[in-house]
Design a protein. Structure first.
Length: 119
């Protein structure tokens, strides 16, 4: 893959750790009250249900149950890289397409999902 594409994917890489029960998503925010530049924020997302299946994975609904985003929901597309490789499908192209769609026009906002990153 070209380096520009790799750079784009690296830009969308999220700091996350996947556990059997949940996904821990780490982000950082400015903490002006304590005069610190970055404060670590952990949100724990738990799988609620499967929304759909595809040839190379599934889409699940996750709910935040710990952190600043409690009660928020998100759809997570899980891509089975091994399966894609066995069919000679480039999973990085799939991720790149999702990243490119993240820059949708306002008129398309209601018909396309927002892409927040990959982990």
């Amino acid at each position: 893959m070209a380096s520009a594409a790799s750079d784009l994917l690296a830009h969308f890489k999220l700091e996350a750790e996947i556990f059997p029960t949940h996904t821990s998503h780490i982000s950082y925010r400015n903490d002006q009250a304590r005069a610190r530049r970055k404060e670590k924020v952990e949100n724990r997302w738990y799988k609620d249900k499967v929304l759909g299946h595809g040839s190379f994975g599934e889409v699940c609904l996750e709910v935040c149950r710990q952190g600043d985003n409690i009660g928020d929901t998100r759809a997570v597309k899980k891509i089975e890289k091994v399966k894609m490789r066995s069919w000679e499908v480039d999973y990085e192209r799939e991720l790149l397409a999702l990243a490119k769609f993240s820059k949708v026009q306002d008129k398309e906002e209601d018909v396309l999902v927002k892409f927040f990153g990959l982990f």
